[in-house]
Design a protein around this ligand. Structure first.
Ligand code: PEP
Ligand code: MN
Length: 345
């Protein structure tokens, strides 16, 4: 539920209400707006069902949130979430996060080459996996911490925020030291211990939709991260399993407006893992921007035939440049922007 305070409520009144809620066994999330303060009540609402909260001085209204996700809901926050993910790059609220890079970090030179090309094309977030969730235990598993170091080095050199996947709660502390955005992959969307662990960090999180997760499942997973106190969650549609094997997954573009109706969180689309086919990635990327996505996540490799993972779906740098130019035009039609990262002062 949300407790809406009167415009003239005092700090003492806010503190008193917060203490009162804590005493009842629930957590609070205080958000001080320009006009009013609202207090989100987090936890088992049965504990406050009979408490006369409306009678407390300073309280104007007590609004129940009927959805199972609370902090992620539009009821909780009406305006779109928008936040900085590093190097001045904003995502959400009309700002697009253009995430690009190789599937896996393979080495310094190849990463630098790919990063320079996507940066020149207008990507504002560099991606690359150091811990790879592979179907086979015999496939390349990623460079681990050495890969994280390379990603950080190249990101700093080019002034680009970086994004990399974490697969295990025990890796969170380490990954957090190197990255600007922590990615939770599709296979771990419902690894609740992992979600809680990244909820304890201060890093923005890119949460990918599980391959058979419903929209509500995705929002409930986001809720785990938000409930831990981490407010910077970006949702990512990357396709779901279907009966049709002509594409790697089935891209659910309707998720974008669907989630936007339910939640204030930014939503990006990954047409690379969704389609698995370079020919289909540009049209789906353009459709994603037109559908209102807050960003597009694309895998790029300068030599896909030598890529150590997901080579067959990688766009070449020239193909990426072309689709970026087109996406910029589509974004412009809708008055949305792609910030260029800026060097730290
Ligand atoms: C990836 O981003 O490289 C990845 C493994 O994606 P997903 O979790 O969506 O399969
Ligand atoms: Mn990949």
């Amino acid at each position: 539920m949300i407790i809406v305070l009167r415009p003239d409520s005092t700090t003492e009144q806010v503190d008193h209400i917060v203490e009162h809620i804590h005493r009842l066994g629930l957590k609070t999330d205080v958000s001080r707006g320009i006009k009013r303060t609202i207090i989100g009540v987090i936890g088992d609402e049965d504990l406050v069902r009979n408490a006369p909260l409306r009678a407390i001085p300073g309280v104007e209204e007590v609004v129940p949130i009927l959805k199972p996700f609370k902090l992620a809901s539009r009821e909780y926050q009406a305006e779109d979430s928008s936040f900085d993910v590093g190097f001045g790059v904003k995502v959400g609220g009309g700002h697009l996060g253009m995430i690009a890079g190789p599937c896996a970090i393979e080495g310094r030179e190849i990463l630098r080459e790919i990063a320079q090309s996507v940066r020149a094309s207008g990507a504002n977030i560099l991606r690359g996996g150091a811990y790879k969730p592979r179907t086979s235990p015999y496939s390349f598993q990623g460079l681990g911490e050495d890969g994280l170091k390379l990603l950080r080095e190249v990101g700093d050199e080019l002034s680009m925020p970086v994004c990399t996947e974490v697969m295990d709660p025990r890796q969170v502390e380490l990954v957090d030291q190197y990255t600007d955005i922590i990615q939770i992959g599709a296979r771990n969307m419902q690894n609740f211990n992992l979600l809680s662990e990244v909820g304890q960090t201060k890093r923005p999180v890119l949460l990918k939709r599980g391959m058979s997760a419903t929209v509500i499942d995705l929002l409930m997973s986001a809720e785990y991260i938000l409930a831990g106190g981490n407010k910077r969650v970006i949702l990512c549609e990357r396709g779901v399993r279907s009966f049709d094997n002509s594409t790697r997954n089935l891209l659910d573009l309707s998720l974008v407006p669907n989630v936007k109706g339910l939640s204030h969180l930014p939503v990006v689309v990954d047409p690379s893992h969704a389609t698995g086919r370079p020919a289909l990635i540009p049209p789906m990327a353009l459709a994603a921007v037109a559908a209102g996505a807050d960003g597009v996540h694309i895998e790029v490799h300068s030599c896909p035939e030598k890529a150590m993972s997901d080579g067959p779906q990688a766009l070449l740098p020239g193909q990426y440049q072309q689709v970026m130019d087109q996406m910029r035009k589509v974004a412009g039609l809708f008055g949305r922007q792609i910030n260029e990262p800026r060097a730290p002062r």
